[in-house]
Design a protein around this ligand. Structure first.
Ligand code: GLC
Length: 455
């Protein structure tokens, strides 16, 4: 009996170990994600790792209405930059009849077909969803039938497309689309999609705008090809500062430095998702949106983005940045160039070295290899008149750093670094001016008086 048990354990281990290792050690990278549920044979696998959302285009009331029209070349640009996945948010609800059979308009299907085929041509894993179906959030019972009918048509339409096309049921369920109703809708919609697409990946997220805090309430159908998504905008006051579509909009000027508390907040929240996935049989996680709006300062955005990416990758969570070329944009559609800092934050293994300063210009901030030194130099050490700010010292240096002189330091790069250039006001000049003026005034008065006397 004992021997039988040992043989059984060895056999089971032989089955499990290769899949486990495939998830951890890819050929091309230490963090490769094989989107496979390990519980059964019907699970298909996709290598999704790094994605970007082409937001504000097809989910606007009409494509172009929010300033983004999807150009064919975007997919090549995205692929060449190192991404393997695109998520294309789509507002089907304005392109379908509002009465049964809720037919999706043919011209809109053709436009989506075109966009999807351009993405697939670049070998990008392509996610299409239902986005901004706002009416269903307020009146879920009323829109239930229409929602399912729309999915029935999308599923039927794309049933012969490659498995690298994925369906995401609904962006950010919220308001009256509460857990119970959402869970029922998920079960029913997945059943309908499965009639025509037995193994395609279906992505599903929890309520409260896909919050990790709502994962516990999410009920998944028994299905091996489900991926669970969550959105990550923590801390919201930082990522959504000045966002016009949020009311009240968080005030601008909030930085993200990467203090221990700030980092802990992010790690803790990602760990909630990881813990939940582990508890429910290693469900595949996908961070389908994360990003910081363009009204935050660029250095903070880079630091935050880079930190979130690295922490997600440490946890084997595939991610998809929000978004390509609009308000959060990693790509500038006017200059037709990537915003280098954000692109590096998303795809580079280098670390960002930045300097917080109240004045002056500083050289040397940027991207550095692990183990190298970054030379930081304060260019002008005195600025302003008549009370100049004088550079005083750097804050945040560590014993490994080398201070070359008061205004030049070599920072050791073993991770992202941020230091502060501290300035002080110098009143000497003002004092000299005031004293000189007093002397002149006294002298002038003296001269004047002696002239009068002489007369
Ligand atoms: C959600 C919204 C989208 C918004 C983004 C960031 O995806 O649907 O419109 O831009 O979050 O707030």
């Amino acid at each position: 009996m004992q021997r039988f048990k040992i043989v059984f354990v060895i056999l089971i281990s032989l089955c499990i170990i290769p899949t486990g290792f495939a998830n951890t050690f890819g050929e091309d990278s230490p963090t490769r994600f094989t989107l496979t549920n390990q519980s059964g044979s019907a699970a298909t696998s996709l290598r999704m790792r790094r994605g970007i959302n082409i937001g504000n285009a097809l989910e606007a009331p009409q494509e172009g209405a929010w300033g983004v029209y999807i150009e064919d070349e975007y997919f090549r640009i995205i692929k060449e930059a190192g991404f393997d996945t695109v998520r294309i948010p789509i507002r089907w609800s304005v392109h379908a009849e509002s009465y049964p059979p809720y037919r999706i308009y043919e011209d809109f299907f053709q436009r989506v077909d075109h966009v999807v085929s351009k993405a697939l041509e670049q070998n990008l894993i392509t996610i299409i969803n239902i986005h901004h179906y706002e009416e269903i959030m307020y009146n879920p019972e009323y829109h239930r039938e229409r929602f399912i009918a729309i999915w029935r048509q999308i599923a039927e339409h794309y049933k012969d497309y490659p498995e690298t096309l994925c369906f995401e049921l609904l962006n950010e369920p919220s308001y009256n689309l509460v857990d119970r109703i959402w869970n029922e809708l998920v079960a029913e919609t997945v059943r309908v999609i499965r009639e025509s697409n037995p193994t395609r990946k279906i992505i599903i997220g929890p309520t409260r705008w896909n919050s990790v805090y709502k994962l516990e309430a999410l009920k998944l159908p028994e299905d091996e090809n489900i991926i669970v998504t969550f959105h990550f905008y923590t801390p919201f006051e930082f990522t959504h500062q000045g966002a016009e579509w949020v009311s009240p909009s968080p005030p601008t000027g909030k930085k993200w430095i990467g203090t221990e508390d700030e980092k802990k907040q992010i790690r803790d929240e990602l760990d909630i998702a990881v813990k939940w996935a582990g508890k429910h049989g290693n469900i595949t996680l996908f961070m389908g949106e994360f990003g910081a709006y363009g009204k935050a300062d660029m250095d903070s955005r880079i630091r935050w983005t880079s930190f979130v990416v690295k922490e997600a990758e440490k946890r084997n969570i595939a991610w998809c940045y929000w978004e390509f070329c609009s308000g959060f944009g990693a790509y500038d559609p006017v200059t037709k160039k990537w915003r280098e800092g954000l692109l590096n934050a998303l795809t580079s293994s280098k670390h960002y070295v930045s300097v917080e300063t109240d004045g002056g210009s500083i050289l040397g901030a940027g991207w550095y290899e692990e183990g190298s030194y970054a030379t930081i130099r304060v260019v002008e050490t005195s600025i302003g008149f008549p009370v100049p700010s004088i550079f005083d010292h750097f804050e945040g240096l560590r014993p490994e750093d080398r201070l070359i002189d008061i205004s030049v330091v070599e920072l050791y790069v073993d991770g992202p670094r941020v230091i502060k250039a501290v300035w002080r006001k110098d009143y000497t000049l003002l004092l000299v001016i005031v004293v000189t003026m007093c002397i002149i005034a006294v002298a002038a008065a003296f001269l004047y008086r002696s002239r009068i006397k002489a007369k």
